[in-house]
Write a protein that binds this ligand. Structure first.
Ligand code: ZN
Length: 148
């Protein structure tokens, strides 16, 4: 297992629309929006180089993001690392005794497989792992590889 990059930083906000102007002033734009009913959250992704900012807005008072805002105010909620093999990563972390929220990967935004470590494991930082999609196989040279 290896970490490929920081995939995104999750930022908890009371309102995505109210949070956008500063990111737009920095030259970032919303790439996609998604609502995750199971997490009672609305998200907006703003690509920033190889990474993104994920704005997280609660859609209900009992959303984990609403609770975070209540306790800590807005701010960085989690850091997400793109890994090449999420199953191997979770096995390795569990074998080292780290506390995991998800022992198995779950479906996340953008159809990716994700899992969260317990903030206790990250020294107070909530860590998300996201499996990077495998890159498509390199095209075969003309006329090669299709013969038996
Ligand atoms: Zn995230």
């Amino acid at each position: 297992m290896s970490v490929l990059r920081i995939d995104h930083l999750g930022v908890a906000v009371a309102s995505i629309e109210e949070a956008l102007p500063v990111y737009r002033a920095l030259g970032l734009e919303v790439d996609r929006r998604e609502e995750v009913p199971t997490q009672k959250v609305r998200t907006a992704f703003l690509p920033a180089g190889d990474s993104s900012i994920e704005l997280l807005e609660p859609t209900a008072a009992d959303s984990p993001i609403a609770k975070f805002l209540e306790k800590r105010g807005g701010g960085i909620h989690h850091v997400c690392f793109a890994v090449d093999d999420i199953d191997a990563a979770l096995d390795e972390l569990a074998a080292c005794g780290f506390r995991l929220i998800h022992r198995e990967a779950v479906p996340g935004a953008d159809g990716k497989r994700v899992a969260f470590l317990h903030p206790e494991a990250g020294g107070g930082v909530l860590i998300e792992l996201s499996e990077a999609r495998p890159s498509p196989p390199a095209p075969l040279p003309e006329g090669e590889g299709r013969r038996p």
